[in-house]
Write a protein that binds this ligand. Structure first.
Ligand SMILES: Nc1ncnc2c1ncn2[C@@H]1O[C@H](COP(=O)(O)OP(=O)(O)OP(=O)(O)O)[C@@H](O)[C@H]1O
Ligand SMILES: [Mg+2]
Length: 354
């Protein structure tokens, strides 16, 4: 076979076959699109084109459907008939990896607005609210678990007790969102906001502010200049308090906790963090009130990973609906095919397209 014939034969093969041929021949072959892969195969085998051809023929033979063996009634007894050989997935699923790849429909299943159901607090939410009766609380749970419910209920209870509440978030935008959300829940007369950009209803029993503003307020209170009453403060909620570990802004959370009036309960809400017990222990050590940790790590809303190609096509990123830990062979064959197609379209191949 001439080099041109071999090149043509290679071009007729699905890209999965080319990748199998490239194993051990071409470094990081998965990064190459089909055209580039053929070039690399020919280039890297220029001293041994016969070997490349022989391996290619073997792979082609492997892909032929096997001849039906003559039935032996004895051996076939009790066996289910062999399934028809499957069409390879577009772009070629890697043979030998086993499990079938999740379909787009299965991967998307269950997305959307769920049917309304009565609200039932999760056990950790009740536990956090109970713990606030006699202690400060650090909540460390995954994103989307329902920390807002704990904040709202704790604020409601404090206000029913004629105590004031301060809720802080790290961002002005988040403070604005919470201002709207809490005004809807409690009524706009009950909620105020103090950020660098916005001061409204500063005497309301529930005040929303950025953590920096609260820290400054506590500084002012320490020096006797104060325009917000802190003597009736019953609860301070520090949302997104994983910022405590932030190399630059963490000190703001630290100082806020240190200067927080002792009569006010502290509720720290955070996404999962590595050492929440250390934080709870630190709070217990510096404040007169003990601090309890409420934590769990199971995601209520599992993450799904997909790949959106610039041409608008959406495919699962991995072979499984859940996100696997670690190995690139778990990539969905269709996503793999789109990566290659994208590279083929965008990377200069050095050869004119045919
Ligand atoms: N017990 C519950 N049962 C069902 N849904 C709940 C429950 N608690 C909260 N939710 C819903 O879960 C969603 C996420 O809640 P929320 O925004 O409070 O999460 P979060 O923990 O604050 O997340 P983030 O880390 O992104 O701030 C909301 O739609 C909320 O209504
Ligand atoms: Mg939240």
């Amino acid at each position: 076979m001439t080099t041109d014939e071999l090149e043509q034969l290679l071009a007729q093969q699905p890209v999965a076959v080319l990748h199998r041929l490239a194993r051990g021949r071409v470094h990081r072959h998965f990064r190459a699109g089909k055209r580039r892969l053929i070039e690399l195969l020919l280039q890297h085998s220029s001293q041994n084109l016969a070997g490349l051809e022989s391996d290619l023929q073997t792979l082609i033979a492997e892909r032929q459907p096997p001849a039906q063996p003559a039935r032996s009634p004895g051996r076939a007894a009790g066996r289910a008939p062999a399934p028809p050989s499957k069409q390879p997935l577009p772009g070629g699923g890697e043979p030998g990896i086993g499990e079938p790849a999740v379909s787009l429909a299965a991967w998307l299943e269950g997305l959307g607005v769920p049917a309304p159901q009565p609200f039932v607090p999760d056990p950790w939410q009740n536990e956090a609210l109970r713990a606030l009766d006699d202690s400060d609380v650090v909540v460390s749970v995954p994103t989307g678990s329902g920390k807002t419910y704990v904040a709202v209920e704790a604020a409601r209870r404090a206000m029913e007790d004629n105590r004031t509440v301060i809720y802080t978030s790290p961002l002005k935008a988040l403070s604005n969102t919470k201002f709207t959300e809490f005004s809807r829940i409690f009524g706009s007369d009950k909620v105020g906001i103090l950020t660098g950009d916005r001061q409204e209803n500063g005497q309301a029993p529930l005040l929303i502010m950025t953590t920096e503003i609260l820290r400054n307020l506590l500084y002012d209170a320490a020096s006797g200049e104060i325009d917000v009453r802190l003597d009736t403060l019953g609860l301070v909620i520090l949302d997104e308090s994983q910022y405590l570990a932030d190399p630059e802004r963490g000190v703001v959370w630290e100082e806020t906790i240190i200067f927080c009036p002792s009569q006010a309960r502290l509720l720290l809400l955070s996404a999962s963090i590595g050492n929440p017990q250390d934080i709870a222990d630190w709070l217990s050590s510096i404040r007169t009130t003990p601090c309890r940790l409420v934590r769990h790590s199971k995601r209520t809303v599992p993450l799904r990973a997909g790949y959106l190609h610039p041409n608008g096509k959406l495919v699962p990123l991995f072979k499984t609906a859940a996100i696997p830990h670690g190995h690139p062979t778990h990539l969905h064959p269709e996503a793999k095919r789109l990566f290659i197609e994208y590279e083929e379209e965008t990377l200069p191949s050095g050869r004119p397209r045919r």
